[in-house]
Design a protein around this ligand. Sequence first.
Ligand SMILES: [Zn+2]
Length: 259
Amino acid sequence: MCDSDFFASAKILNKYDIKYFNCGKCGFIQTEDPYWLKEIYSDAIKQSDIGLLKRNIDLLNPTRAVIKFQFNKKGKFVDYGAGYGIFVRMMRDAGFDFYWSDKYCDNLFAKDFEAADAKTAKAKYEMLTAYEVFEHLEDPIQETEEMLKYSDSIMFSTYLLPSHKPKPGEWWYYGPDHGQHISIYTKQSLKILGGRFNLNLYSNDKSIHLLSKRKLNGFLFKALTFPYAANLISPVLSKKSLLDDDYKTVLLKLKEDKA
Ligand SMILES: [Zn+2]
């Protein structure tokens, strides 16, 4: 999405020597054309991704807090790039009406709660979550446009490039073992990305961000996405779980499928 210069090279997947490019204006870093992706996405979730459950747990309270204080908690939500559906299930258990969308991965935990197709979903969802998605994107502009078909608010996680601009080998987030992190952002690059679509950027300046057409309190967003704060106020976030109702829905669906 930028005019970039050579930044670094690295060996990924223990076999490919690849190049990274850096934009002098906004700091965005992207690999060369990621020809290796076809090979690695035969398994959408990698064997080395042992942090999967912890990530979902860590994002639960910040998401609940932001929805509770800055969005309509009775709205519908969609988790984009939902993987196995763990986060959707967790948010439904916490009482939030979440659905999933994922082009690559078979849903295991929330199969019956697939989001409506993006083409028909215009402005239908109160907010879209995209956790650990942006660093996987080959074309962040086009993909953001796709996400906006679901909702005009995108809450997402991706680690910002630390200010000392570490190179591959100096920062774990490049993930050379799995080769999936092809786009690394600075706050400035996210601002520019949002600006293309008239979206405001809110960020905790580390890993959790929100692009939204709405004007929100940025300090509040930052506080709510500070993990300790979100965990501390967790008791006031509680909502009636959807688990019992969902169980009835799933049983009904099974019955219909048999008939
Ligand atoms: Zn740039």
